[in-house]
Design a protein around this ligand. Structure first.
Ligand SMILES: Cc1cc2nc3c(=O)[nH]c(=O)nc-3n(C[C@H](O)[C@H](O)[C@H](O)COP(=O)(O)O)c2cc1C
Length: 231
């Protein structure tokens, strides 16, 4: 192993390794000063030509409740077109990993994969931000391209790690994208703003089985090619 004389590498590695998505939260509020600190760290993310394309809406209390209600109304009415973050067909290796995710996830929740009603009820929990005290919605200028969406991903990872090392858990949530129109009306988004994703943020309900999920990762050799090393 490379030397880590100051322990910084170990601390960073531990933070990266131990962060995981949390989907059951305690109701305890997160101090605003703490949210400011976390977002202050998120903004240090690198971005294409330093364009910093991210925008964040931070919702608590009545503002969060109103958005949840509006989305749940639309969700129950089925008023918005269905949405998938993936193309059809999906690349087979990604499809296999998504399938494995579903198996582990619904198993942890005690939901049969064939029980579509129970799965739909579970999906709806996303829109209540899994009862987290803080809900976030991230947007980007609609005219920007995949490079800038990548920048947003780096911002989100910074945010999740900065939260995690402060004892605060997160769940990034693509499901909010389906409710772009509802979110735009509720948060008065500009006509140029696209929802990137949402996020639940707060203190983890440690006892919840769903929070004990450990999603597997592929070993290095499955996604790397090493060139020129043996010369
Ligand atoms: C951009 C993005 C969107 C996601 N959307 C959702 C979502 O809508 N609902 C959800 O429960 N989890 C969502 N997740 C969480 C992933 O399922 C999770 O990151 C993955 O299974 C790996 O697990 P881990 O974060 O615990 O390591 C999302 C993650 C990312 C990065």
């Amino acid at each position: 192993m490379a030397s880590d004389t100051t322990g910084v590498a170990t601390a960073v590695d531990d933070a990266i390794r131990s962060r995981k998505t949390v989907r059951a939260f305690r109701p305890d509020p997160v101090p605003r000063a703490c949210l400011v600190e976390i977002l202050d760290m998120a903004r240090m993310a690198p971005s294409t030509f330093n364009t910093q394309p991210w925008r964040a809406y931070v919702l608590v209390g009545e503002a969060k409740r109103a958005l949840t209600e509006a989305i749940l109304r639309a969700h129950e009415a089925g008023s918005e077109p269905s949405f998938s973050p993936f193309p059809q067909p999906q690349p087979p290796d990604c499809a296999a990993r998504q399938d494995e995710f579903g198996r582990l996830y619904y198993n942890a929740l005690g939901i049969e994969r064939s029980d579509m009603a129970a799965r739909a009820r579970r999906t709806a929990r996303n829109f209540a931000f899994f009862d987290a005290p803080v809900g976030l919605i991230f947007t980007i200028d609609s005219t920007l391209t995949r490079h800038s969406w990548l920048d947003c991903g780096l911002f989100l990872q910074n945010l999740m790690l900065a939260a995690h090392v402060r004892g605060i858990a997160t769940c990034p949530q693509v499901v909010f994208v389906r409710y772009q129109n509802v979110i735009a009306a509720n948060l008065r988004l500009g006509s140029d703003e696209s929802v990137v994703c949402g996020m639940s943020l707060g203190y983890a309900e440690e006892e919840a089985a769903v929070n004990r999920l450990a999603m597997p990762r592929e070993p290095l050799e499955n996604f790397t090619r090493w060139l020129g090393f043996d010369a």
